[in-house]
Design a protein around this ligand. Structure first.
Ligand code: PPS
Ligand code: ADP
Length: 203
């Protein structure tokens, strides 16, 4: 989408991202959790964020509660709206990264190309794609919001996994299978990887 604004001039920030990272004692980046509804994105994003917070990191979670009810409340679930949803979330995530924070996002983000566009928006290493893997059968069995039941009965016309696509990541930085690991194990695995990759300090 092209820009509608002309005559806008970029203003240099008086405090740089690098200065904020130095003060916070960690890198700033996006943990992009993607997966089917009910796969555990939100649960995991919050569990990881809690662990990071308790280690003293500056963290925030973006998910449906604070985005689809507010900023993106004008968007539905058509392919175009999902793409716009992810584009805006990507832009917001980038602002959080500029502010020196570790931002975890929990959106289905079903299209590879949309996730790729967010990656492109950020600098090298700032986009960590975490595939929250769980079979459709397991997600449908969990059905924490009763939405699969509604989708099966035809009440929701384009539900991801049932009658709308989910394009699995081809090269995610990390995959966590929530059928094989507990919430605690998966969250700890993400934190351990961040330490190993020098995104956060060992404690
Ligand atoms: N048609 C349809 N398809 C998929 N999901 C639906 C739909 N309608 C409502 N919901 C609920 O909205 C949540 C998904 O929103 P997202 O913003 O993550 O979706 S997307 O990335 O734009 O595809 C999703 O939340 P999660 O279960 O947390 O993934 C559902 O609760
Ligand atoms: N290992 C696991 N990791 C994450 N969630 C799990 C796991 N095992 C069971 N669950 C349950 O699955 C559901 C996942 O829901 P949620 O986190 O809202 O998923 P999503 O955000 O992907 O829609 C929760 O009820 C959670 O307690």
């Amino acid at each position: 989408m092209g820009s509608k604004s002309t005559d806008i001039v970029w203003h240099d920030a008086s405090v740089s991202k690098e200065e904020r990272q130095e003060k916070n004692k960690h890198q700033s980046f996006v943990l992009w959790f993607t997966g089917l509804s009910g796969s555990g994105k939100s649960t995991l994003a919050n569990a990881v964020s809690r662990k990071l917070f308790e280690r003293g990191s500056h963290t925030y979670v973006l998910d449906g509660d604070n985005v689809r009810h507010g900023l993106n409340k004008d968007l539905g679930f058509s392919p175009e709206d999902r793409t716009e949803n992810i584009r805006r979330i990507g832009e917001v995530a980038k602002l959080f990264v500029d502010s020196g924070q570790i931002v975890s996002t929990a959106f289905i983000s079903p299209y590879r190309e949309d996730r790729h566009q967010v990656r492109e928006l950020l600098s090298d290493g700032e986009f960590i794609e975490v595939y929250v893997e769980a079979s459709l059968e397991a997600c449908e069995e969990r059905d924490p919001k009763g939405l699969y039941k509604k989708a099966r009965s035809g009440e929701i016309p384009s539900f991801t996994g049932i009658n709308a696509p989910y394009e699995e990541p081809e090269n995610p930085e990390l995959t966590v299978n929530t059928e094989q690991k507990s919430i605690e194990e998966s969250a700890q695995e993400v934190v351990d990887v961040l330490v190993n990759w020098n995104y956060i300090e060992e404690q």
